[in-house]
Design a protein around this ligand. Sequence first.
Ligand code: PBG
Length: 330
Amino acid sequence: MNFPIYRPRRLRKNEHIRRLVRETTLSVDDLILPLFVCPGENVKKPINSMPGNFQLSIDKLVEEVKEVAELNIPGVILFGIPETKDEIGTSGYAHDGIIQSAIKAIKAAKPDTLVITDVCMCEYTSHGHCGFIKKDPLSGKLDVDNDETLKLLVKEALSHAEAGADIVAPSDMMDGRVKLIREALDENGHDNLPIMAYSAKYSSSFYGPFRDAAESPPSFGNRKTYQMDPGNTDEAIREVAQDIEEGADIVMVKPALPYLDIIRRVKDNFDYPIAAYNVSGEFSMIKAAAQNGWLDEKGTALESLSSIKRAGADMILTYWAKDAAKWLQE
Ligand code: PBG
């Protein structure tokens, strides 16, 4: 058969041609590593559900951050496991809180490290919810009160900025938080500090391993009254539009792999930098399969990260950041 038609396979037969026509290339420049900070000294406690990840005391965190810099990874995002928790998450906005102290230590040891902080109450509240709990006057049920929570989030974001954070990333999903955080930052001289808003954050079962890692599962109920319903996509567009209007500099879609369509829709609708969070469950399921010999970890991880980028993400928060940085140099 000899028909003069376009044959896509012609461009697949040679590795160098494949390189030339490749549309999406994952780079170390795309990666952000999430890290968990805990109290104590010389602590490097493995997180069972996330092999290769640890709860790190500040001294160990500083060592880790140096390694991250050597691998040329642009930044880290910090999550805190505090000494104490209470109803209103006081340790989350204390000036000597775990995150505030960690930022200062990192900045003292390695000032050029890009430190992003997760701004949320769930790691610091005794009930594990992302904000201030009140009884709903209509239903009588306990629920997170949006507007009371905003006050706590503003305090938390400001305390991170004062400690030296480079980007604050509110992940609570309360309405109106970006605006109030932006105003508070501006009023206190942090007008150049960007906000990375977890804009389309879904109520997802893929956060399971993280909640073990950060010791932050809700002690009652779930997060469905504030995180997004997995069936929705128009709502993601409204959430992103609102966060941009309120002053977000980077918008996030989370999780990543089950929500690639959302990443693409956000990319097509807004000319804005998009972060995607390749969450704990997306990481752990591949890790577990790889440990069983059922999947090749490097191949599946790099393919996952490339897919997230292909969908439209400009940056990816991923527990594979260090491995990927090494694999991409091989
Ligand atoms: C805090 C927060 C969570 C994650 C990031 N920030 C947990 C949650 O909302 O329950 C999940 C990250 C992951 O699963 O890797 N609100």
